[in-house]
Design a protein. Sequence first.
Length: 145
Amino acid sequence: MKPTLFLPIAILSTLALLCSGCGQPVVVSGQVTYDGKPVEEGSINFLPEDGQGPTCGGSITDGRYEATCPVPGRKIVQIVGIKKINFAPSSEEMARAAERAAAAGDATGIVERADVVPPNAQGNNTVVELKAGRQQLDFDLRRPQ
Protein backbone atom coordinates (compact mmCIF):
# COMPACT_ATOMS: atom_id res chain seq x y z
CA MET A 1 0.00 0.00 0.00
CA LYS A 2 1.30 3.43 -0.88
CA PRO A 3 2.12 5.59 2.16
CA THR A 4 -0.05 8.43 0.77
CA LEU A 5 -3.14 6.17 0.86
CA PHE A 6 -2.48 4.87 4.37
CA LEU A 7 -3.48 8.05 6.22
CA PRO A 8 -6.89 8.56 4.53
CA ILE A 9 -7.76 4.88 4.95
CA ALA A 10 -6.75 5.01 8.64
CA ILE A 11 -8.88 8.12 9.18
CA LEU A 12 -11.91 6.57 7.47
CA SER A 13 -11.52 3.35 9.47
CA THR A 14 -11.32 5.30 12.73
CA LEU A 15 -14.43 7.33 11.81
CA ALA A 16 -16.30 4.15 10.94
CA LEU A 17 -15.44 2.67 14.35
CA LEU A 18 -16.42 5.86 16.19
CA CYS A 19 -19.70 6.02 14.32
CA SER A 20 -20.72 2.42 14.88
CA GLY A 21 -24.36 2.74 15.77
CA CYS A 22 -24.64 6.07 13.95
CA GLY A 23 -27.61 6.02 11.68
CA GLN A 24 -29.03 3.02 13.52
CA PRO A 25 -32.67 3.80 14.32
CA VAL A 26 -34.26 3.46 17.71
CA VAL A 27 -37.03 0.89 18.01
CA VAL A 28 -38.84 1.35 21.30
CA SER A 29 -41.79 -0.69 22.49
CA GLY A 30 -43.61 -1.37 25.70
CA GLN A 31 -46.77 -1.18 27.71
CA VAL A 32 -48.85 1.88 28.64
CA THR A 33 -51.22 1.82 31.61
CA TYR A 34 -53.34 4.48 33.28
CA ASP A 35 -54.27 3.88 36.91
CA GLY A 36 -53.14 0.28 36.54
CA LYS A 37 -55.28 -0.53 33.49
CA PRO A 38 -53.95 -0.88 29.93
CA VAL A 39 -54.66 2.11 27.69
CA GLU A 40 -56.90 0.44 25.11
CA GLU A 41 -56.42 2.94 22.30
CA GLY A 42 -54.30 6.04 21.78
CA SER A 43 -50.92 7.29 20.68
CA ILE A 44 -47.43 7.86 22.05
CA ASN A 45 -45.07 10.52 20.73
CA PHE A 46 -41.38 11.15 21.38
CA LEU A 47 -40.36 14.79 20.88
CA PRO A 48 -36.73 15.96 21.02
CA GLU A 49 -36.12 17.60 24.41
CA ASP A 50 -34.10 20.41 22.82
CA GLY A 51 -36.72 21.00 20.10
CA GLN A 52 -34.22 20.07 17.38
CA GLY A 53 -34.74 17.12 15.06
CA PRO A 54 -37.59 14.83 14.11
CA THR A 55 -40.38 13.55 16.30
CA CYS A 56 -41.62 9.99 16.18
CA GLY A 57 -44.33 7.88 17.67
CA GLY A 58 -46.84 5.15 17.23
CA SER A 59 -50.28 3.85 18.07
CA ILE A 60 -51.27 2.30 21.37
CA THR A 61 -53.50 -0.76 21.04
CA ASP A 62 -54.58 -2.89 23.99
CA GLY A 63 -51.92 -1.24 26.16
CA ARG A 64 -48.99 -1.96 23.79
CA TYR A 65 -47.05 0.28 21.43
CA GLU A 66 -44.03 0.25 19.14
CA ALA A 67 -42.31 3.26 17.60
CA THR A 68 -39.31 3.65 15.32
CA CYS A 69 -37.34 6.85 15.78
CA PRO A 70 -34.65 7.94 13.31
CA VAL A 71 -32.27 9.34 15.94
CA PRO A 72 -31.53 8.52 19.57
CA GLY A 73 -31.38 11.12 22.34
CA ARG A 74 -33.37 12.74 25.10
CA LYS A 75 -37.08 12.79 24.27
CA ILE A 76 -40.24 14.16 25.89
CA VAL A 77 -42.90 11.46 25.97
CA GLN A 78 -46.49 12.54 25.26
CA ILE A 79 -49.21 9.93 25.68
CA VAL A 80 -52.83 10.31 24.60
CA GLY A 81 -55.43 7.70 25.47
CA ILE A 82 -58.89 7.76 23.94
CA LYS A 83 -62.00 5.65 24.21
CA LYS A 84 -64.93 4.94 21.97
CA ILE A 85 -67.95 7.07 22.78
CA ASN A 86 -71.38 5.63 22.22
CA PHE A 87 -73.61 8.44 21.10
CA ALA A 88 -77.16 8.68 22.34
CA PRO A 89 -79.72 7.60 19.76
CA SER A 90 -81.69 10.84 20.14
CA SER A 91 -81.18 14.47 21.05
CA GLU A 92 -83.68 14.04 23.89
CA GLU A 93 -81.42 11.41 25.44
CA MET A 94 -78.43 13.74 25.05
CA ALA A 95 -80.39 16.54 26.76
CA ARG A 96 -81.31 14.24 29.67
CA ALA A 97 -77.67 13.16 30.06
CA ALA A 98 -76.54 16.82 30.04
CA GLU A 99 -79.16 17.64 32.70
CA ARG A 100 -77.93 14.78 34.90
CA ALA A 101 -74.34 15.99 34.50
CA ALA A 102 -75.34 19.56 35.37
CA ALA A 103 -77.22 18.34 38.46
CA ALA A 104 -74.04 16.51 39.51
CA GLY A 105 -72.09 19.79 39.24
CA ASP A 106 -70.63 19.48 35.72
CA ALA A 107 -71.70 22.55 33.77
CA THR A 108 -69.37 21.92 30.79
CA GLY A 109 -72.09 20.29 28.73
CA ILE A 110 -69.78 17.38 27.97
CA VAL A 111 -71.76 14.23 28.53
CA GLU A 112 -68.85 11.79 28.25
CA ARG A 113 -65.19 12.58 27.69
CA ALA A 114 -63.27 10.79 24.93
CA ASP A 115 -59.84 11.23 26.50
CA VAL A 116 -58.83 8.73 29.16
CA VAL A 117 -55.33 10.07 29.79
CA PRO A 118 -55.28 13.76 30.69
CA PRO A 119 -52.27 15.75 29.45
CA ASN A 120 -51.23 16.44 33.06
CA ALA A 121 -51.36 12.79 34.19
CA GLN A 122 -48.47 11.78 36.43
CA GLY A 123 -45.79 10.24 34.19
CA ASN A 124 -46.97 12.02 31.04
CA ASN A 125 -44.59 14.56 29.44
CA THR A 126 -41.56 12.99 31.12
CA VAL A 127 -38.08 12.90 29.60
CA VAL A 128 -36.48 9.60 28.58
CA GLU A 129 -33.16 8.73 26.95
CA LEU A 130 -33.57 6.69 23.76
CA LYS A 131 -30.53 4.70 22.67
CA ALA A 132 -29.79 3.26 19.23
CA GLY A 133 -31.21 -0.20 18.66
CA ARG A 134 -34.15 -1.98 20.33
CA GLN A 135 -35.35 -1.17 23.83
CA GLN A 136 -38.42 -1.51 26.00
CA LEU A 137 -39.95 1.36 27.97
CA ASP A 138 -43.15 0.90 29.95
CA PHE A 139 -45.26 3.84 31.15
CA ASP A 140 -47.55 3.56 34.18
CA LEU A 141 -49.47 6.84 34.26
CA ARG A 142 -51.50 8.01 37.24
CA ARG A 143 -54.25 10.54 37.87
CA PRO A 144 -53.04 14.13 38.30
CA GLN A 145 -52.74 15.30 41.89
